[in-house]
Design a protein around this ligand. Structure first.
Ligand SMILES: NC(=O)c1ccc[n+]([C@@H]2O[C@H](COP(=O)([O-])OP(=O)(O)OC[C@H]3O[C@@H](n4cnc5c(N)ncnc54)[C@H](OP(=O)(O)O)[C@@H]3O)[C@@H](O)[C@H]2O)c1
Length: 284
């Protein structure tokens, strides 16, 4: 079975599975993790200006020898870069850091600041061919609808915390009118032992000859969510991608849906987001 792709609301096809590089140090560490993944067949990398490792991601993409159009690169703009005119400059700088001619997907990383002005620039960047698709990250307040209702280009994805303990069913309903797809951050709960050790995953792992993590990742895939688990461990990188040769039954999907606690691992109230995210800016 081959890896799966999802057609986004603007017609582009995103590999449903990739690798995230949050908290991976820039330089050799990021470059090696990305190159290992690309060699193993990964075709999607999720980075951000805030992760400060875009240059290393771009190096890996270029050095992999894989045709550029086969690799999906996502990066994110920080609120310090939001604003009409200013965001275009932010995208140009992102392209320079990545040293790529275009980015496949650009997201507004946080729901604070002049996100409306930023969105208008993102739409222009699509028109100009600098970016193939645009989306949002962490927009879970009414600001989500504010952007979606006024946008000329509807957000292709919304990247949010999503895993079996926090399945985001309400958010999926809110996104349905716009055809926006959920991308899961913390897909395996940032490695949380209690989540990974849930009995249902252990039982299904035994049945399919897979690991508990592979069962969780397979569940995401069958839910139609885009995932990019982070790993710098080559064994984990290989294991995480080896989920396209089996299928959970509808009964098993239901058992996993029943694990939902509607509880996040990470939460910052909106008022605090306004302060916290505005008081920091990533280096260029
Ligand atoms: N938009 C946002 O605000 C936002 C926020 C957070 C994350 N993200 C994105 O989502 C990606 C994924 O989230 P995340 O990295 O925080 O969490 P995650 O992918 O849920 O978990 C990563 C942790 O799990 C471990 N791990 C990976 N594969 C494993 C396996 N097969 N068995 C056991 N442990 C395994 C990793 O350690 P090893 O390295 O040792 O394998 C790491 O400690 C990020 O890298 C980033 O791209 C976005």
């Amino acid at each position: 079975m081959n890896q799966t792709y999802i057609t986004l609301n603007n017609g582009t096809k995103i590999p449903q599975f990739g690798m995230g590089v949050y908290m991976v140090p820039a330089g050799e560490k990021t470059k090696k993790a990305c190159l290992d993944a690309l060699k193993m067949g990964y075709r999607h990398i999720d980075t951000a200006h805030a992760y400060q490792n875009e240059r290393s991601v771009g190096e890996a993409v270029r050095e992999s020898g894989i045709p550029r159009e086969e690799i999906w690169v996502t990066s994110k703009l920080w609120p310090s870069e939001y604003g009409e005119g200013k965001t275009m400059d932010g995208i140009d700088k992102m392209l320079k850091r990545l040293n790529l001619e275009y980015v496949d997907l650009v997201l507004l990383h946080q729901q604070v600041g002049d996100y409306m002005g930023a969105w208008r620039d993102c739409e222009k960047a699509v028109e100009q061919g600098k970016v193939r698709a645009i989306g949002l990250s962490n927009f879970e307040s009414g600001r989500l609808e504010e952007v979606c209702e006024t946008a000329v280009v509807k957000p292709a994805v919304l990247q949010v915390e999503c895993h079996p303990y926090f399945q985001q069913n309400e958010l999926k309903k809110r996104l349905a009118p716009y055809g926006t797809v959920i991308e899961a951050w913390y897909p395996i709960g940032h490695g949380d032992a209690e989540l990974i050790g849930e009995l249902v995953f252990t039982e299904l792992a035994q049945k399919y000859g897979k690991s508990n993590v592979q069962i969780i990742l397979r569940w995401h895939i069958q839910e139609g969510t885009v995932i990019f688990p982070k790993s710098t461990n080559p064994q984990h990188i290989r294991e995480n991608f080896d989920i396209f040769d089996f299928e959970l039954t509808e009964e098993e999907m239901k058992r996993i849906r029943a694990v939902d606690k509607n509880v996040r691992f990470f939460t910052v109230p909106l008022e605090q987001q306004e302060i916290q995210f505005a008081s920091w800016a990533p280096e260029d």
